[in-house]
Ligand binder design. Structure first.
Ligand code: NDP
Length: 335
């Protein structure tokens, strides 16, 4: 089945609305799920739909939440997401964040009590398209063991960075603190294939390549050993301690059977490069990228997604018939 992006967003939004989301919130979250499908980021596209619906049904997240924005300091914006989705909170503060970054040089956005179940690049790419540098981090429920510990304390804590480039689209990267995102392990389980060594441990703390053993009582490992653990720790500090959100280890989702999202926090830094001492920052980024290309870098982060995006915008977004049928049923449409 091939759909336009607008048709896919509308279908996903109807499925969300039928399961308790307000229409504006449903449209915002549907847009990031559809964007993941459009850009070929399958681990955070329709694969996540069951998780969203189960979580909404469980009552763990408020699909109709209305975030509240405050400004405790000139360059700090605090958003209480009110137990809703992080994309809704970010949409509520986006324009103010850009205005503050223009006037103060930077804006630190602290989102608390939010659920993020998507890829992070949609959160930062639009800022770089407007000329800003943006860095965001999200903490999740405890999923990795760090520094030789016996229990999971830190989350898979993802981070994304976007910067404007003078001679082309922004450079954007987006990655988990774990060796593999949990969504990738989930995808491997569904597809019946092992994950590479070094991705996770089983319930007994032994290394395994079986995705089910990792997901059912096991743990993920940080990327780069102790160095990735340091990044995951920093993200827990910024996204939870700094925002007032919950740490991953404070997760109490078991009281809500079906809940799959993490009730946590998000931190976003928006910088106006024109206010700094670097001069023509987008031009300098362009020269850095061209040096990397000249040195043989064949694929820069974001290249693959942009390639898939161009294909989808030209030919439509292709989704498996079974996934489409399920979506139609969830949306309550007749085929
Ligand atoms: P990957 O390891 O697949 O990719 C990380 C980054 O590296 C991407 O920007 C990617 O670009 C780039 N990249 C990948 N392969 C290459 C290569 N060979 N050469 C150059 N660049 C490359 O990401 P993860 O598995 O770590 O994370 C996947 C997703 O999971 C992310 O979108 C993350 O936000 C999401 N996530 C969300 C969580 C949440 O709670 N919401 C929790 C954890 C993860 P490109 O995009 O072009 O492929």
């Amino acid at each position: 089945m091939t759909l336009t992006e607008a048709a896919l967003v509308a279908l996903i939004a109807r499925a969300f609305e039928r399961h308790g989301m307000s229409p504006p919130n449903a449209a915002l979250v549907a847009a990031v799920v559809a964007a993941a499908e459009r850009d070929g980021a399958a681990s955070h596209g329709l694969l996540r739909l069951d998780g969203y619906i189960a979580t909404l049904r469980s009552g763990w997240v408020d699909g109709a939440a209305a975030p509240v924005v405050a400004q405790p300091a000139p360059a700090i914006l605090a958003v209480d997401a009110r137990n809703g989705f992080a994309q809704v909170a970010l949409a509520a503060v986006r324009d103010q964040a850009m205005a503050v970054a223009r006037s103060q040089g930077l804006a630190a956005v602290c989102i608390a009590d939010s659920h993020h179940f998507a890829a992070l690049w949609p959160d930062v790419e639009p800022f770089a398209e407007q000329g800003f540098i943006a860095l965001t981090v999200v903490n999740t429920r405890s999923r990795i063991v760090a520094w030789g510990g016996r229990r999971k304390v830190l989350g898979t804590n993802p981070m994304a960075f976007a910067c404007p480039r003078g001679d082309g689209p922004p450079v954007v990267w987006d990655q988990a603190s774990s060796q593999r995102a949990q969504g990738e392990v989930l995808k491997a389980r569904i597809e019946g294939r092992p994950v590479p060594e070094g991705v996770g441990l089983d319930a007994a703390g032994e290394p395994t390549t079986d995705p089910a053993s990792i997901l059912d009582g096991g743990a993920l490992l940080p990327f780069g050993g102790h160095k990735g653990a340091g990044i995951a720790f920093m993200i827990e500090v910024l996204a939870a301690a700094m925002t007032g959100g919950r740490f991953g280890f404070q997760d109490d989702s078991p009281a809500f059977p079906g809940a799959q999202t993490s009730r946590a926090g998000q931190f976003l830094l928006v910088i106006d490069p024109a206010r700094g001492p670097g001069g023509d920052v987008p031009g300098r980024i362009a020269s850095l990228v061209s040096m990397l290309r000249e040195a043989g870098a064949q694929r820069m982060p974001g290249d693959e997604r942009r390639h898939r995006r161009a294909q989808s915008l030209r030919d439509g977004i292709s989704i498996p018939d079974a996934a489409h049928a399920k979506l139609v049923a969830l949306a309550g449409d007749t085929q």
